[in-house]
Design a protein around this ligand. Sequence first.
Ligand SMILES: [Zn+2]
Length: 203
Amino acid sequence: MSESPRRLSAMDRLVERLCRLPGIGRRSAQRIVYHLLQSDPQEATELAEAIRAFRVNLRACSQCGNVTESDPCPLCDDPRRDHATLLVVEQPGDITALETTGQYRGLYHVLMGRLSPLDGVGPGDLNIDALLQRIDQGRIKEVILGTHPTSEGDGTALYLVQQLTRTGVKVTRLARGLPTGATLDIVSKAVLGDAIQGRQAMR
Ligand SMILES: [Zn+2]
């Protein structure tokens, strides 16, 4: 069915764009558009510039997948960190939370999500191939699974254990002192620190 592309007004086009963002429905998009219409034109210009600068300057680190302005990111590039230990997390925000504990000196690997069959998120949608390639380089001795203590986080950890078996590296999981269902960015620094120290072998 070929439909000639609809000519949208500038306003409809903006609403349409905003609707593509996660968590923003048509109503919210319209509210944002009306807000921008009523506010100083400078506000819209600054918003557009902030989005542009964010996208141009930030990228995924080619090694760990963390969001960074330089590649490799400052963590991967830091010779004082333990390059033989990898902590696998779901999202960049988890790194921020883990770093505040000061209890971990190794490197990270960001999956950019978790396995979620119901939402159609499979292994190919996550940063798993890059993880296996990193391990195949031979420098990594321990992989700590830091996916969230939710059913999807646990499922992702189990999948990774299966994938990592052939590599021969030691695989551990953050200790279960973490409250079930919690995400790493909301648990306290002390609990998270204990979870790192008390990590348990997965195989
Ligand atoms: Zn990195």
